[in-house]
Write a protein that binds this ligand. Structure first.
Ligand SMILES: Nc1ncnc2c1ncn2[C@@H]1O[C@H](COP(=O)(O)OP(=O)(O)OP(=O)(O)O)[C@@H](O)[C@H]1O
Ligand SMILES: [Mg+2]
Length: 254
């Protein structure tokens, strides 16, 4: 069976797309043990390589080119993260082709879908051409928002597009602090007319893992469990939270 393409989008910048995309990728590869690849579609301001600590990977600047030239599902291997997640990172030094047609992108993704159960696309902010492509080629779109009115209002455009393109879509609320001026899950669902599949709290540990080039699932167990529950919506499979003993063992393994 062909794999599933999951697009992580948000018109608003900085709400946590790359944090969610990289953590979901790591979780699917490591905990669900599914062949998974993460593609950085943010050609102009790429971040995936940094969030996964791939800054010095020798193939960093060539991987996107490789994917775009991919004509056979057996052709190439990509960057590999220690979690087992494969990655097509983009580098700030990437000078290759950035104007890719939707047909070509779809063809390349179809090839990846033969090799991977999950292909995750980390999208740029806004609602420009690449974001429209991501929403159009994805089987499932996860729209990330923070729980403030401006962010939720700008999210409407992504939801409308997903509806117009008939793409299955869900919403994640990220960086929730529980402050009284924040919108609640029910209010966000009403404003967007879409279901919220996860509410992730604001946590300094999540920020610090980005600083260290480490997936946030490694530095916050709470964040990992939130992502685990989100992964259940994507995979349709149960995610079992780590026991205290497993957590302790994994701490020593890192
Ligand atoms: N739950 C969270 N708690 C605290 N900080 C977070 C959380 N999620 C993300 N962040 C931080 O917010 C910042 C922006 O996150 P991220 O780069 O994932 O956003 P983005 O939507 O991908 O941004 P862009 O639109 O620029 O691509 C980073 O510093 C990240 O560590
Ligand atoms: Mg990003």
């Amino acid at each position: 069976m062909a794999g599933k393409v999951i697009g992580i989008v948000s018109p608003k910048g900085g709400v946590g797309k790359t944090t969610v995309a990289s953590s979901l990728g790591v979780l699917l590869a490591k905990e669900h043990e599914k062949p998974t690849i993460l593609v950085d579609m943010n050609y102009h301001t790429p971040n995936v390589f940094h969030y996964l600590g791939l800054d010095r990977h020798p193939e960093l600047t060539t991987n996107l080119n490789k994917m775009l030239k991919l004509s056979s599902p057996h052709l190439s291997t990509f960057c590999s993260h220690s979690s087992g997640l494969h990655v097509v990172p983009t580098s700030i030094d990437f000078h290759g082709e950035k104007n890719i047609s939707t047909d070509r992108l779809r063809r390349n993704l179809n090839n990846l879908k033969q090799r991977y159960d999950y292909v995750i696309l980390d999208s740029p902010p806004g609602i420009g051409k690449t974001v429209k492509q991501v929403i159009g080629v994805s089987d499932d779109v996860v729209v990330v928002t923070t729980p403030d009115t401006p962010s939720v209002i700008s999210t409407v455009s992504a939801i409308r597009l997903a509806k117009a393109l008939n793409t299955n879509h869900h919403v994640i609320i990220n960086k929730a602090t529980g402050h009284k001026y924040e919108l609640r899950k029910g209010e966000v669902e009403k404003m967007l007319n879409a279901s919220v599949i996860g509410e992730i709290p604001f946590e300094f540990n999540v920020m610090s893992s980005a600083f260290k080039g480490m997936p946030a699932t490694y530095s916050s167990n709470g964040f990992k469990n939130h992502m685990g529950r989100i992964s259940e919506h994507v995979t349709g499979e149960i995610y079992s939270e780590e026991t205290f003993f497993e957590r302790l063992t994994n701490l020593f393994r890192l």
